[in-house]
Design a protein around this ligand. Structure first.
Ligand code: PMP
Length: 306
């Protein structure tokens, strides 16, 4: 299978995509010792340009993930953003894209550890549309798998190996006929989806689990909290969410770079609220779409034009 992309950043420079290759003996491939990011750039048709959404925040989080995994690369978030701009220009994208930076243990050989191994950075981009096809009315289930714990693999880091857990959860949910799954932590509280943070509306208040609940500290989550407070005047509370609260809440949605804002209208065959997308979810989706495409000057500081 080939990808519709011409260039990649690999071993310190932009190279033809086919030349960005690693060995089967690479540490990261064998042990999951890599950390990654997922960033979107949105095409603005009227202005004829791409806007990268919050790249500095994404790269700050990537570098934090790297730090947790004893990795070092000679770049800060400014340098990483500039490399990304150069790469997008080389590929000359004129559509929505997804940017995938990866920092990985690049040495070859056998031996589980993090120390005394060389770290490397790669980045590639892909054209990208919707991640959850049914994003105006998703049907989700509670997974029987539990969420990884901070003392197992840090959930606040985007550690490649940890996504084996997300993959188990996603495949079981999809094979059972659902669009996505909600994952409970060891205490039975909802942490998040497989690649999304979660929000619920109860009595006009927007509620989401705190960052200490084994979630990834989502950039979309952070953006939605700010938009909900500033633009919709909503109270946003970060607290634990019980499973059965989802059965009685008014609205429920999931957020992520790939997923954007996905309205959840059914959970395990039960309707959420009245069973269709709620007004707060709809407003946030419209607001978010304007912001990411550079149509809302108030949030222009979240965007980096290419
Ligand atoms: N949780 C997990 C486990 C994820 O992989 C993602 C996607 N990066 C998210 C939440 C959403 O984070 P963000 O909004 O920064 O993409």
């Amino acid at each position: 299978m080939s990808l519709p992309t011409r260039f990649a950043f690999f071993e310190g420079k932009i190279v033809p995509f086919e030349e960005a290759r690693i060995s089967i003996a690479t540490h990261a491939l064998n042990y999951g010792t890599a950390v990654f990011g997922g960033i979107r750039a949105y095409w603005n048709e009227e202005q004829g340009r791409l806007f990268i959404f919050r790249p500095y925040d994404h790269y700050r989080r990537l570098l934090q993930s790297a730090r947790m995994m004893c990795m070092e690369v000679p770049y800060d978030e400014q340098a990483l953003t500039q490399i990304t701009i150069d790469l997008i220009r080389a590929d000359d994208w004129k559509q929505d894209i997804y940017i995938r930076p990866l920092i990985y243990k690049a040495d070859m050989g056998i031996g589980v550890r993090l120390h005394n191994l060389r770290d490397a950075l790669s980045i590639f981009c892909l054209p990208f549309d919707r991640y959850v096809a049914n994003d105006t009315g998703a049907h989700v289930t509670f997974s029987s798998w539990r969420r990884i714990d901070d003392n197992v693999i840090p959930a606040r880091g985007k550690v490649s190996g940890a996504y084996a857990s997300s993959a188990l959860i996603k495949t079981d949910a999809v094979r059972a006929g659902f669009d996505e799954a909600l994952v409970l932590d060891q205490n039975g509280h909802i942490s998040e989806g497989t690649a999304m943070n979660i929000f619920m509306v109860r009595d006009g208040v927007l509620i989401t689990p705190p960052v200490t609940e084994n979630i990834l500290e989502g950039i979309t989550r952070r953006s939605v909290i700010e938009l909900a407070r500033a633009e919709l005047g909503l109270t946003v509370v970060e607290r634990s969410i019980d499973r059965t609260e989802v059965y009685i809440c008014d609205e429920f949605f999931m957020t992520g770079t790939a997923a954007q804002i996905v309205a959840v209208t059914r959970v395990d065959h039960r309707p959420v609220g009245n069973g269709s997308m709620g007004p707060i979810t709809a407003k946030l989706r419209a607001l978010f779409e304007d912001v990411v495409r550079g149509r809302n000057p108030k949030y222009a500081h979240w965007l980096v034009p290419v």
